[in-house]
Ligand binder design. Structure first.
Ligand code: TXA
Ligand code: MG
Length: 317
């Protein structure tokens, strides 16, 4: 089983030797390895059981370091980077040779992000290579937001997990690419669209639900618990089902007819950010109950609400 700890030098020594570790970011936990080391990158795909057509994100701690492995950064990307890094935003940028094609699944762009978590920043400062790090879950399952989530599923396959506590944001980064220097949002995530648009004007959003492997980041069924997820009006759904056989994820409301251990309220005060931070824990917890299925409801589409609803929709797919 992986050791869980806060020893940055130990984490570094595993990475220096081409091994993988679990590590916290403000969004979700990542499964990290040396992005310049092909065999470490290959291990990431193997441990996650991830198809080779689904490329990884490279993480580092400064724009200077980013410029050593990407080129021709569009001005609008620089504006975004300067305003929102470190933070829950990933940019797709033309890669230099140093980034292995294995990492980008053969694409000419590499996904890059400077995460905002103190322990991981301290680690990245000590490294002279970026970290390839997808979310630390088996392919298709819900992303982990605590070190124990990582331990539960990947603990047998990796030696070490850096423990940074529960993730502050709780859903994955927003992904933006550039087509003819025009920004396109490929994944709704932790950086709110209204904040992005305040800086660079209206952006195109192309997060269609697809089963097309050439549209990475947009696979239809993703972020899914094992149990069937049904989304609808809970007040209508719950009485129709046996309240003892369902697990309920509600936004704010309590359903007293459902037993305590079969329900999760995302935010009792109706706070969207709190709901985002709790979403994946809620899915994991409800997935572990003896219920037949999980029923959930959409949250209001303000702030991170759209990104939360996107995850719920994909969990249902
Ligand atoms: O918040 C996050 O982004 C977390 C933390 C660990 O940083 N990482 C994460 O990685 O969510 P992952 O691998 O689970 O999701 C990255 C997504 C994938 O769906 C992949 O298809 C897409 O980014 N992606 C990566 N490189 C791409 C590229 N060059 N073009 C288009 N999509 C890309
Ligand atoms: Mg993922």
């Amino acid at each position: 089983m992986a050791e869980i700890g806060i020893d940055i030098d130990q984490a570094k020594s595993f990475l220096d030797r081409g091994q993988l570790i679990g590590l916290p970011t403000e969004t979700v936990y990542g499964l990290a390895g040396n992005a310049f080391n092909e065999s470490a990158v290959l291990k990431i795909f193997q441990v996650k059981n991830r198809p080779s057509f689904d490329p990884l994100i490279a993480h580092t701690n400064s724009l200077e370091k980013v410029k050593t492995f990407v080129k021709d950064i569009p001005d609008v990307a620089l504006d975004l980077a300067e305003a929102f890094w470190p933070g829950p935003l990933t940019l797709l940028l033309p890669k230099k040779k140093r980034i292995p094609l294995l990492l980008t699944s053969g694409l000419k762009t590499v996904a890059v992000r400077i995460p905002d978590h103190p322990i991981t920043t301290e680690l990245l400062e000590k490294l002279d290579y970026p970290l390839a790090a997808p979310s630390a879950n088996p392919f298709g399952y819900v992303s982990p937001t605590t070190a124990h989530h990582v331990q539960d599923q990947l603990g047998e396959a990796i030696p070490y997990i850096l423990d940074g506590g529960p993730c502050r944001v709780g859903i994955e980064s927003t992904i933006i690419g550039f087509e003819n220097n025009k920004p396109v949002v490929y994944r709704l995530g932790g950086k709110r669209i209204d904040e992005i648009e305040k800086l660079i004007g209206t952006v195109r959003i192309r997060t269609n639900m697809s089963s097309d492997p050439t549209a990475p980041g947009m696979l239809k069924s993703h972020y899914a618990p094992v149990k069937r997820v049904v989304i609808g009006d809970l007040e209508e759904l719950i009485p129709k089902l046996n309240p003892l056989k369902v697990a309920v994820i509600s936004f704010q409301k309590d359903y007293p007819e459902v037993p305590e251990n079969h329900k999760f309220i995302l935010s009792k005060t109706g706070n969207i950010d709190e709901a985002a931070a709790n979403l994946f824990s809620a899915m994991r917890k409800m997935d572990k109950t003896a219920a037949n299925c999980i029923v959930a409801e959409y949250v209001p589409e303000i702030g991170l609400g759209k990104a939360i609803n996107d995850r719920l929709k994909r969990a249902q797919a």
